[in-house]
Write a new protein. Structure first.
Length: 374
C-alpha cells in the first residue's frame, strides 16, 4: 500500500504540512477540535517511534481576523506582514498547548527563503532541526511572513515542506490539503476527473493535470505548488503524498484507506546536490549545444566550448541553471566564473581561454562535482 511508505516503521522522520484552509475556519478562528485530532495522530506516531516536524500555515489568516484586514490579510504586502506577525503568536500558542496535552514538546522555527537558499544558513537550519528531532521535540515551522518580501519568499508552504524534508533528512512528506490528491483534471470543473494514486515521474502529462487555484481561496498554493514540492522531494529521495485533511484524524485516516497521491522518491544523490536541485532561486543561466547536453547527461563537466549563451549577473560560486538546445533547464550548478568572464569564453576551446581571460583558465565553467541534472 502506498501509505505504508509513510508508516513509522519505514519512515523514521516525517514532515506534515497543514494548509490554512484546514487549520482556520472562514471566520478566521482555529478549527481547534480538528487540530486536536491531528495532534493526537502525531502523538500516536511519536509513540510508535516516528519523529515528526510540522509545517503549519495559518498565521496570516488568523492575524487578518484579529486586525480586521480585508481579503484575508492579502490585500497588500504590508497587510500580510502585519497579519503574520499578529497571527503567528496565536498559532504557536495553540500548537504548544495542544501538544502539551499529549505530552509532547513543541518548538517554533520561522524561516525565510534565504535561510534555505544560502548554503551556510541551510546547514545551520538543518543542524537545529536534527537536534530538536533527536530530543523528541516536534518542530512547528512556518515561513517568516512578517519579514518576507514579494521577491524573496517561498510564497507557499508546500515547497517549504519539501525543503524542510531535505534539511531534516526525512524520508517522507505528507501535504494535508483541501483536496485529496492529484486528479486527471480539475475535479471542481470536470466530474469525470479521476484520482491519480501514484506518480513516479513528473512530466508534461502530469503537469497538464494541475492548475494553480486554491480551492478555498484562503491559501497561497494550488496543485502547481504541490507538484513543485513533489519535484523537490523526489530528487532528494523523499516520498511525498497529497492527502485530504478535510476529516478528523487525517493521518490515521490516510494510513487506513491510502486515499491520496504518492510521488515516489527517486534515488537520492549527495546532500549537497539535493540542496542544489531543490533551490528556488538562481543567479544566471548558461545555454549549451546538443553535444554539451549529452556530455552533462553522461556525468561530464560543462566546458566553455559547449556553451552558446550566458544570461544574468553572477559571481564565481553562485548557483546557475544550464539550459539545453530547446531552452529547457537540464542542470543546475555552481559557476566557476563570474558572468563577464563566462560571456567572454562562450564557445571557445580551452587552448584559447588564457589569452582571452589573462589568467590560467579553470577546468570547467561548471564542474561535475558541483552540478546536478534536473
Amino acid at each position: 500500500m502506498s501509505a505504508d511508505r509513510f508508516s513509522p516503521a519505514r519512515c523514521k522522520r516525517l514532515i506534515v504540512k497543514i494548509g490554512s484552509a484546514l487549520l482556520v475556519d472562514p471566520q478566521g478562528q482555529v478549527r481547534r477540535d480538528w487540530l486536536k485530532s491531528v495532534v493526537a495522530d502525531i502523538a500516536a506516531r511519536h509513540a510508535a517511534g516516528q519523529s515528526i516536524a510540522v509545517v503549519s500555515s495559518g498565521a496570516i489568516a488568523l492575524g487578518a481576523r484579529r486586525l480586521g484586514l480585508a481579503k484575508g490579510g492579502r490585500a497588500s504586502l504590508e497587510d500580510a506582514q502585519a497579519a503574520a506577525a499578529t497571527g503567528q503568536i496565536a498559532l504557536s500558542h495553540c500548537w504548544a498547548e495542544l501538544m502539551a496535552e499529549q505530552g509532547l514538546t513543541a518548538a517554533q522555527m520561522l524561516v525565510t527563503l534565504d535561510d534555505l537558499e544560502d548554503r551556510r544558513r541551510y546547514l545551520n537550519a538543518a543542524s537545529t532541526l536534527d537536534r530538536l528531532l533527536t530530543l523528541g521535540v516536534v518542530p512547528v515551522i512556518n515561513e517568516n511572513d512578517s519579514v518576507a518580501t514579494e521577491e524573496i519568499r517561498f510564497g507557499d508552504n508546500d515547497r517549504l515542506a519539501a525543503r524542510i524534508g531535505q534539511a531534516a533528512d526525512a524520508q517522507g512528506v505528507i501535504l494535508l490539503s483541501d483536496i485529496d490528491g492529484l486528479y486527471t483534471a480539475n475535479p471542481h470543473r470536470d466530474p469525470g476527473a479521476t484520482l491519480v494514486p501514484e506518480v513516479r515521474r513528473i512530466d508534461a502529462r502530469v503537469r497538464a493535470m494541475a492548475d494553480g487555484g486554491s480551492a478555498s481561496g484562503m491559501g497561497s498554493g494550488g496543485m502547481i505548488s504541490k507538484l513543485e514540492a513533489a519535484r523537490i522531494a523526489q530528487r532528494s529521495g523523499l516520498h511525498l503524498a497529497i492527502a485530504s485533511g478535510k476529516r478528523d484524524h487525517p493521518l490515521a485516516a490516510y494510513a487506513a484507506d491510502c486515499r491520496g497521491t504518492v510521488f515516489v522518491g527517486g534515488k537520492a544523490g549527495s546532500a549537497r546536490k539535493a540542496w542544489l536541485a531543490g533551490r528556488l532561486t538562481v543567479k544566471g543561466r548558461i545555454s549549451v549545444d546538443a553535444g554539451a547536453a549529452d556530455a552533462l547527461a553522461g556525468g561530464r563537466s560543462l566546458l566553455a566550448a559547449g556553451a552558446v549563451a550566458v544570461e544574468g549577473r553572477f559571481a564565481r560560486g553562485d548557483v546557475i541553471d544550464i539550459a539545453g538546445p530547446d531552452g529547457q533547464t537540464i542542470a543546475r550548478g555552481l559557476s566557476e566564473y563570474d558572468a563577464a568572464d563566462a560571456v567572454a569564453i562562450v564557445g571557445r576551446r580551452r587552448d584559447a581561454l588564457e589569452a582571452i581571460l589573462g589568467y590560467a583558465p579553470r577546468a570547467a565553467m561548471v564542474h561535475r562535482d558541483h552540478l546536478v541534472m534536473l
